[in-house]
Design a protein around this ligand. Sequence first.
Ligand code: MF3
Ligand code: CO
Length: 251
Amino acid sequence: MVTVKSEQEQEIMRENAHLLSEILRQITDAAREGVSTHELDMLGEKLIRAVGAEPAFKGYRGYPASVCTSLNDEVVHGIPSKRRVLKKGDVLSIDTGIRRRGYFADLATTMVIGDDASDRVKKLLHVAWEALDRGVAQAQSGNRVSDISHAIGSYVESQGYSVVKTFVGHGIGRAMHEDPQVPNYGPAGKGTKLRPGMVLAIEPMVKEDPAEVEVADDGWTARAPNGGLAVHVEEMVLITEHGPERLSRSR
Ligand code: MF3
Ligand code: CO
């Protein structure tokens, strides 16, 4: 079901998204060489509970952690582990969510461990952020949901990369995943007509490998089957009469 949020609901969701932006920032600050992804999960859960929220991911369809940590050729849903210790040059996607006052927030960013990102990583990351910006710019009242999809997918492909098709962005509110689905590909002009008060999680997943992702034996980790690098960024956007309002900041 597509839901339209009242002013009061919008205010709670704005607050939640701001809180989660700050939590994500603190997790990225802690993500350094020598730190395990399990430690990032512990930190995330502590920070989430400290603002009176619950981790949205923990227990979601059996997912075992509060944060998803996906490294290098892993695109999304990587499970934190004591054995995954961050190394210089690792490309780390951090995805986390909260539920607070009855509403969900969901955000992701991708970063490089250590200071000197290679040009290869910089270019991939630039394309992902630019794809997100182009998607957000289409989140206008009167547009259709696939105008967002098309803006993201056509740009990413024009840059020689590929988007994930198995996983999609989504409406968000009292449920973490509400309608409409927001794919990162497809023709413009299709699907739900966007209206003020709708909140969308827009999340380009961009990879070097043209092949579609495969899910690992752990049942969660989605990775590029032929290797290469993959990144994931996600923000929440409120559709307003005056254009898109970014509720969260993931960079
Ligand atoms: N952030 C993901 C999404 O947008 C949800 C993570 S799935 C979970 O759909 F199991 F890790 F929670
Ligand atoms: Co999401």
